[in-house]
Design a binder for this molecule. Structure first.
Ligand code: PMV
Length: 310
């Protein structure tokens, strides 16, 4: 007897970076993201003699997984569980595998143990493990903001046919995890400016999504991304997640937009570049990014659903 759940990574257009002082892994800033469809985490949960975790077929220990289960056990009596998780995309390389991973884990445990949690509660539990995971419980375009700090769906996947093209430039695991990077970011002189200005970016992005205003969203999302990387660069020691290919992709996407394509970029705590575009520009974006030396793979996705049980 086992239960299998699936969840997709999400890509933030208005970034979360930094934690508030409150307990419960509460972000310092609100965020807004798109949940993808073709990249998937599949997680199977079954009863076992002791807790065990495997990732992509390899038995491993992950303190965040252990903490997530311990957190669930504070509220529910769970048996020892074997958790088998796999991703059909590069893991821990800035492609949001922890977001889909914890959304799938909480969803699978909920179904296997019959906890009867609603999506908002699963989102809150996923957030406590990895804040971006709160957003992957939901599909389409999703907000994560206070005071509840549970994911909130803004648009369903079919409401606005946005495409996401991912240029993979390096699949090795990242040098500094997002948890450690966020901890270090308190040393950045720009951190307070980041927190102070985040609410206005978030509110403007909500309005742009509501109005389906792609040009406005493009400007806000690129600014949020570059602001986050600016504060990372000024952290001690500096956090530089980009490589030369990352930068080449950003310039190519800006040039494409100047030629009339509906596309903008975003980059997370890793060197991959995510190009968000409207369907009419997607083929051009795929062709242009594929042609950049150093781009090893181009992945294409649309908007997808929230976490679900098979
Ligand atoms: O939730 P975490 O610890 O995986 O952090 C995610 C941080 C970013 O991906 C850089 C931004 C975001 O909002 O997803």
């Amino acid at each position: 007897m086992s239960v299998v759940a699936h969840a997709h990574p999400n890509i933030a257009l208005i970034k979360y970076w930094g934690k508030s002082a409150q307990p419960g892994n509460i972000p310092a800033v609100p965020s807004l993201s798109v949940t993808l469809n073709t990249l998937t985490t599949t997680t199977e949960v079954m009863e076992a003699d002791t807790d065990a975790f495997s990732l992509n077929g390899v038995p491993t220990t992950d303190p965040k997984v252990a903490r997530c289960l311990a957190n669930l056990r504070q509220r529910f009596a769970l048996p020892p569980l074997a958790v088998r998780s796999s991703n059909n995309f590069p893991t821990a390389a800035g492609l949001a595998s922890s977001a889909s991973g914890f959304a799938a884990l909480v969803t699978a445990v909920d179904a296997f143990c019959g906890l009867g949690l609603g999506p908002a509660e699963r989102s809150e539990l996923a957030r406590q493990a990895s804040a971006s995971a709160a957003r992957s419980v939901f599909g389409g375009i999703v907000a994560l903001a206070g005071p509840a700090w549970q994911g909130r769906p803004l648009l369903d996947p079919g409401d606005w046919p946005v495409a996401v093209v991912i240029a993979v430039t390096d699949t090795s695991s990242k040098a500094v995890s997002s948890t450690e990077g966020m901890r270090l970011s308190a040393t950045s002189p720009y951190f307070s400016g980041w927190v102070e200005s985040a609410g206005a970016d978030f509110d403007a992005a909500l309005a742009a999504v509501e109005a389906r205003d792609f040009a406005a969203l493009a400007e806000l999302a690129e600014r949020s991304c570059l602001k986050m990387h600016g504060l990372m660069l000024a952290t001690r020691p500096p956090l530089l997640y980009w490589n030369p290919t990352t930068l080449a992709c950003l310039h190519r996407i800006r040039a494409l937009r100047q030629r009339g394509a509906d596309v903008f970029f975003t980059v997370d705590a890793g060197p991959q570049v995510k190009a968000i575009c409207l369907p009419g520009s997607r083929d051009d974006v795929v062709r242009e990014l594929t042609a950049i030396p150093g781009v090893t793979q181009v992945l294409s996705a649309g908007l997808g659903p929230g976490a679900w049980v098979q």
